[in-house]
Write a protein that binds this ligand. Sequence first.
Ligand SMILES: C[S@@+](CC[C@H](N)C(=O)[O-])C[C@H]1O[C@@H](n2cnc3c(N)ncnc32)[C@H](O)[C@@H]1O
Length: 501
Amino acid sequence: VLTIERAALEGLSALLLERAGLRVAADGFHGLRLALQERMPALGLTDAEEYVRRLRAPGGEPELRSLLPLVTVTHTEFFRDPRQFGALERRLLPEALARARRDHRQVRLWSAGCATGEEPFSLAMLLEECGASPAEVDLWATDLNQAAVESARQGRYSRRRAAQVGPARLERFFRPAGEGYQVIPSLRARVRFEGLNLAAPGPGQVEPESFDVILCRNVIIYFDLATIRRLMDRFFSALRPGGFLVLGYSESLFRVYDRFEMVEVEGAFLYRRPRTEAPAPRRPPAPRVTGEFPVVVPVRPPVAAAAPPVAAPRAPRVAAPTPASVSPERRQAPQVRLAEAARMTQEGQFEEAARALQHLLRDEPHELSARLALGNVWSVMGRAQEAQRVFDEVFEDEPFCVEARVYGAMAQMQVGRFAQAHGELGKALFLEPTLALAHYLAAQVSERLGDREGARRAYRNAIAQLRFPQRALAGFYPDMPDSAELISRAARYALSALEEA
Ligand SMILES: C[S@@+](CC[C@H](N)C(=O)[O-])C[C@H]1O[C@@H](n2cnc3c(N)ncnc32)[C@H](O)[C@@H]1O
């Protein structure tokens, strides 16, 4: 067994950062050690520092290329992420094709970090299906890992892997080959495969404003912040105005890069280069200030009782203000009325709370906290559809409202729709990955879905996010763990219960 000193691992980690933008923290050193144990004997070396020196020396490139596949993940699948591929199939590709035809030019697509080719071949199948001729499209697929690129060019896949495309596409785009399948030559010819290091591409390789869509999914997770920002600048410049960047679901640019605008297309969150530089790109709303809606509510005399009776609170869409009737509530500040409604909700007086919130919303139709609180009242009453209608209305005004996603998930959980709740929490976390509460809830949902490993991961994530300042959510939900301390305690408790089980 080789002894590999920590200093050598630190040197290697610095070199990977410098040459490939890869961020390997100390908890990933075990992986580096395994990779060295495989590569050093191949070069007849026993000294890890010498190995790192060789990598650094002129002519070290080929060895770096042999090492990289051992320290990066190449896992990929055909049509990985149905939501994103749904958006590509139904909107992005047909629309890009129509625009390109109108402008008498090619559609240009780039699968950046294509691994063994499943992603670009998925795109190629969709293009074929939407009637794009090979001459109309330039589909470029690149990866740092030369072995992966070579394997992608061959287009050979195991039976299990190829079966991911479904029987109709398997029949149309693949032929049996040996133990598995091979992509048919005409589809292979649609993709231009090339080796390319996204952390340090050569100058002039990418023409500005030339791409309609860039996919870079599940690649930047390994990059350090500086490399991500440089890469995003290059993607931004490479995209046409209005062009799309598709990142992996855990790769949000929240607080990382803000020149792209975020858009939701067919349920998938995507980034888009704005058509014009001004006005400023639309961004998710800045986190609201903590304490917007206190959970410990000041107890006031029950003024709602004095309000005129209102119709049963069925439709949460807010009616036009009633100018003539000035109820006692109207003389109070919205925050006070909200606190009162929160108290009622907390005490289980749901009908009363809903009425109070509806009154408030007649006077202040855009009061976000009141809208969310009303959705939550319907939610705890198990009226998930009404709750969802309120949250959908919020999305019309604030498409990136994280609270409406989190509370929407709670409403789905209330009625046992855990898969939908999981989807909503995924979106909330895409918008605000540091929100510990959303990780915590995602963990609970995973537990209910029987995914114990996912639950463990999400509880750990919840705890890890607590190193970032946590904000209070707008709106009120009874008994929600709302402080870092409560979330941490709840997550640790749940985690230890899971580990014991
Ligand atoms: C997990 S795979 C993702 C494949 C595909 N995009 C998907 O989402 O299914 C990550 C790929 O990124 C590639 N990669 C990592 N660092 C890279 C770099 N600096 N430049 C180019 N590709 C890189 C790896 O070689 C690997 O093939």
